[in-house]
Design a protein around this ligand. Sequence first.
Ligand code: BES
Ligand code: ZN
Ligand code: ZN
Length: 475
Amino acid sequence: MIRLKFEGNISEKENLAILAESISDVKKYLSKAEEVEYIEKRLETTSIITVNQLYRSIYIIHFSSISFDYSAKEKLRKTGAELCSLLKKEKLKTIQITGSFHEGMLALTEGLALSAYNFSKYKSAASTIYPEIITLSSEGLKETDILDLENLIEGIYHTRNLVNEPVNFLTAEQFGEEFKSLGKEAGFKVEVFDKQKITDLKMGGLLSVNLGSPNPPTFIVSEYKPVNAINTRPYVLIGKGVVYDTGGLSLKPTPNSMDLMKSDMAGGAAVAGILYAIAKNKLPLYIIGLVPATENRPDGNAMTPGDVIKMYDGTTVEVLNTDAEGRLILADALAYAAQYDPLFVADLATLTGAAARAIGKEGIVYMGTAKQDYKTLLENSGRAVYERLVEFPLWEEYGKQLQSDIADLKNIGSGDAGAITAGKFMQHFVKYDWVHLDIAGSAFLTSEDSYRGKNGTGAGVRLFYDFFKKISQQN
Ligand code: BES
Ligand code: ZN
Ligand code: ZN
């Protein structure tokens, strides 16, 4: 895990990154006139200027605080990723960051800290991360802002770890165990419903998807309810927890589309990371997390195309494609959420290839019935943290695609608008302010992308942390 620290004084022997508006911000750290001249020439044109001193390296990053908007902030996160590559190359474990513009320093630190992540659990050789410790020093910088960021980064690391875990470790039961240990560490309650309880509750969507799996399903219920919560009706977060999606009997072709499907629980993992960051930072909000978890596999006993199943809320569904399993388990969770009389419910899910094809990895497709206030707030958070949202419509006409000849609904549409028909399916189970986020494009990457890295990205965690932090500050 990476550490962020606050320190009043800047050490003269430690590596140092300076966020500088002009050459005058840098001069006091340089001993030679040639150094000053060298930097002055390059300041406007080079993103990071490295000066190697006797005991340390200095990295100078030029930026302008005039017109500092969300895209300038994103640029600094990306510069943080570049800085991380330089530190990795030199195997530098510690770095100090200074400057006078605190918001910029925090963005740089965020990009740097997220880039330092690696998943080394299964590597035989001992592994270190570079940097291990980031020390921020600047007059007036609030220590609480650093702690806040550190806990958020830690939440994202946990989410990424969970997404990167293969199913031969992370079964639905193990997912429950991981939730429990995160809850214990951060301070939220976790109850894991087992197969018997899920059967008693008649969660037909979750049970049917689980039929082909040798491992039982779980339904993970988390609760964060601090005594100073400003809301009495909770916010509910729901995450898709398909710990492996083979497609079931509607088997995915391999090699290719099945290979990355250990990441089909990224929505559930995001819920874990969000709750972790919120609880560790003690936001005064009452929040419930719900994660239905199972594998989706073929087997003699597996759910079969054409089967009619009965969902938790009593709706009957004709399952015409067992690979459209996410909506089945989420529908049970959405119906279950109603008992909380929630203020607002958001689900996060790697739900459709169609969403990924529509906007790729650059954003999140979302849709929902929530009031415009919630949507605007969420979209603003999307820009602020650069997990940008694009709203898709839930027009009534799309719902017609889900009419079944023999049941209340069928689980697939006729082909077009696949991300929306998945949303329309889930809307059937919703009776409150709701948004659905399809993170299929951004949750798992097959090549490096700046501070988002490769493999599990932690998509959704920074987004909802920002969203809930703003809600907690509004009141
Ligand atoms: N988990 C997949 C969606 C997915 C695809 C996530 C690619 C990440 C990357 C989901 O369960 C699925 O298989 N969806 C089908 C739905 C179809 C059968 C209606 C899809 O998108 O092809
Ligand atoms: Zn599927
Ligand atoms: Zn899936």
